[in-house]
Design a protein around this ligand. Sequence first.
Ligand SMILES: NC(=O)c1ccc[n+]([C@@H]2O[C@H](COP(=O)([O-])OP(=O)(O)OC[C@H]3O[C@@H](n4cnc5c(N)ncnc54)[C@H](OP(=O)(O)O)[C@@H]3O)[C@@H](O)[C@H]2O)c1
Length: 322
Amino acid sequence: MKAIRFSQAGGPEVLEFVDVDLAPPGPGEARVRHTVIGVNFIDTYHRSGLYRLPLPSGLGTEAAGVVEAVGAGVTGLKAGDRVAYAGALGAYAEAANVAADRLVSLPAGVSDETAAAALLKGMTAQYLLKRTYAVQPGQTILFHAAAGGVGLIAGQWARHLGATVIGSVGDDGKIPLAQANGYAHVLNTRGGDWVRQVRDLTGGEGVPVVYDSIGRDTFAGSIDCLAVRGLMVSFGNASGAVPPVDPGLLSARGSLYLTRPTLASYTRNGRELRETADDLFAAIAAGVVNIAVNQRFPLSEARAAHEALHSRATTGATVLIP
Ligand SMILES: NC(=O)c1ccc[n+]([C@@H]2O[C@H](COP(=O)([O-])OP(=O)(O)OC[C@H]3O[C@@H](n4cnc5c(N)ncnc54)[C@H](OP(=O)(O)O)[C@@H]3O)[C@@H](O)[C@H]2O)c1
């Protein structure tokens, strides 16, 4: 089969579209024939070496498709079942062997494209807004990268939960899209004093929670946006890793909390994975969140997808078609 592989960390040019052999599924695994593959910012961290992988390696952690075969000991799944996964490495390929307990069955109303675009990003929005910090009606919150893949889902969901959502973008051209997806106020982090704007929008109080996936460029400003005893949720590093933090900063700014969550630790076992995915699928079915697939590339052009993501040119979700 064809797959994207890379043998050294670097820019999008290290990605190669090559022929590889796929073994039959091992014990506890199912082989999934991919129909649509999700592109996520974490794929760029793996490729660049910010998150180190043993090389050579496959890439990508999210796809939807059809079960082709199951390995020894797999029950509850059979050839022909529609499934998706988020979190197993090697998704940039025509097929993959995936641990059966990491596969989510797709409801009839969720298309393969929606699943590949939304499973990882939507489950992330789910745990961030409901479990890392349970957003309450009437609260005003700040969510960075509002027009991105996670951002467009989170804006809609947070508004549905009753929050007034402030979003950030890096380009004024993305403001209308963010506004149409739940954000009451949209600030530009590449122009203007966005920290002052957040303070002004909250009567000087600050927000109870900031969701910051931009990392290095926004971390300090996000801390300054928090109300006393507020929670800083640092969940990504699109602009680079956050430098070490002195706990004294949290006390000086008013007994703040800081967490650095991952989807893996909020979907630790089959039950948590199913509950999180079911909540997302219910939100999609109810129209609480609409999934925007705004970029599609052939699998062979994964490099171009990475260039678009890296250059901040994308909005919503990006998918690869094998
Ligand atoms: N911890 C977790 O569980 C978890 C799970 C999923 C995703 N994430 C994180 O959530 C974030 C969003 O993921 P996504 O896949 O939906 O990506 P995305 O939001 O579609 O793309 C990243 C966005 O970050 C913004 N950005 C700011 N500074 C940037 C820079 N220097 N270079 C590139 N982009 C920059 C850009 O938006 P603007 O130009 O509008 O600022 C860009 O569109 C990522 O940081 C990702 O790592 C974390």
